[in-house]
Design a protein around this ligand. Sequence first.
Ligand code: SF4
Ligand code: SF4
Length: 167
Amino acid sequence: MTDPFWQTKSLAEMTRQEWESLCDGCAKCCLHKFIDDEDIDEGNDLQPTDFMADNEQMVYSNIVCHLLNDKTCQCTKYNQRTKLVPDCVQLTQENLDDVFFMPPSCTYRRLKEGKGLPSWHPLLHKGKKSAMHKAGMSVRGKVISDAEVDLDFFEDYIVRWPLNSVD
Ligand code: SF4
Ligand code: SF4
């Protein structure tokens, strides 16, 4: 049997279809997240992310984009997402360095770090997401829509579970 493409090709070498199929559909990338920088003045220490320095770390909330269906973990407006939500992260083969903004369990980040696919990945389960949900690696059942919260109170929603990564 031939080895699967994710073991034989680099992320940059994959076809568009292969690349798209790697997404586990966890929707962790649809969570609101900020960078925590120890050097920034007190009272203004959480900033929207567009870059990250060595002394900074990603802080996740359980607040999710209002366009996400929190049961299926799918975007309800996928084709219009970047227009409707300018902050929507679109990871492509052209901006691979941005993969480090993704959570540790993100397939693209795992492959970039040489970790391979986790045992719960849908590609190893005939495309089904149930093993991923069961492993607690998706946002299902853990989030609140950004349409229902005041983002000024972001700190009340900080969580650590998006940083978990189960092999
Ligand atoms: S975190 Fe990565 S693997 Fe999960 S949905 Fe987002 S892009 Fe896909
Ligand atoms: S627009 Fe869709 S893909 Fe983008 S963050 Fe919102 S739910 Fe996720």
